[in-house]
Design a protein around this ligand. Structure first.
Ligand SMILES: O=P(O)(O)OC[C@H]1O[C@H](OP(=O)(O)OP(=O)(O)O)[C@H](O)[C@@H]1O
Ligand SMILES: O=C(O)c1cc(=O)[nH]c(=O)[nH]1
Length: 221
């Protein structure tokens, strides 16, 4: 469980300070009461978005994963893919990016896809994975365009089972890796979050550790 990944630790700290990673009582998409929630939509100004793009870019470059372009699934993935494209360009790796509309446009240039032609090895950029259904849809869109999805980059891997009702005990990340054959890169994980709580000298933050641990024991993978 211990994590000493400096990029992940810096990212958790940044996310807590930005109010994106919060502690309290939150309902997840799976219907669980979670003691923490990561709301990527709260990277809501230019400085935070620029830093977020930098974190993704550094994680992607460190991973060694080879890709030709980025794809951001609507809606949240659109902004994120743009931020990552800028972050990568700042690291000296400028790549094309594209995104989709949720509803096809029937006038002007028309269609579902916007941005660079979708071709080659495509990396999907999104916020989180819950059960992986929307990543499967994104991968299908990419394949339908004649390109090859190779991975998904997200902010935080919650490392918890996707469902309480299915016999499948895997997390959404494991599903995407094993069933869709895509590599998943996350800037940080639940393990990184727990390490941050263990190390912080802020007692108010550290007080959340016990509840997060209970949650992890119950739902963690
Ligand atoms: O495990 P997954 O099936 O990938 O689900 C997770 C995705 O679902 C939500 O987005 P949603 O598709 O609702 O679109 P949004 O970006 O418009 O909120 C969420 O923001 C994730 O991106
Ligand atoms: O499970 C979810 O729905 C979920 C959890 C989380 O921390 N962040 C998020 O955007 N969704």
């Amino acid at each position: 469980m211990a994590s000493t990944d400096p990029l992940a630790q810096a990212f958790v700290k940044f996310s807590v300070e930005a109010g994106v990673l919060r502690f309290g009582d939150f309902k997840t998409k799976a219907g669980r009461q979670s003691p923490y929630f990561f709301n990527t939509g709260l990277f809501d100004d230019g400085a935070k978005l620029a830093r977020l793009g930098e974190f993704y870019a550094r994680r992607l470059i460190a991973s060694g994963l080879e890709f030709d372009m980025l794809f951001g699934p609507a809606y949240k993935g659109i902004t994120l893919a743009a931020a990552v494209a800028i972050g990568l360009a700042r690291e000296g790796k400028s790549v094309p990016y594209a995104y989709n509309r949720k509803e096809a446009k029937d006038h002007g240039e028309g269609g579902l896809l916007v941005g660079a032609p979708v071709k080659g090895r495509v990396l999907i950029i999104d916020d989180v994975i819950t059960d992986g259904a929307s990543k499967r849809e994104a991968a299908e869109l990419i394949r339908a365009a004649g390109a090859t999805p190779v991975g998904v980059a997200i902010t935080m891997d919650r490392q918890e089972r996707a469902s309480d009702t299915s016999a499948d005990n895997r997390s959404g990340v494991q599903y995407v890796e094993q069933e869709l054959g895509l590599r998943v890169l996350s800037i940080a994980t639940l393990a990184d979050l727990m390490q941050f709580l263990a190390d912080t000298d802020d007692p108010a933050l550290q007080a959340n550790m016990a509840r997060v641990e209970v949650y992890r024991q119950r739902y963690g993978v």
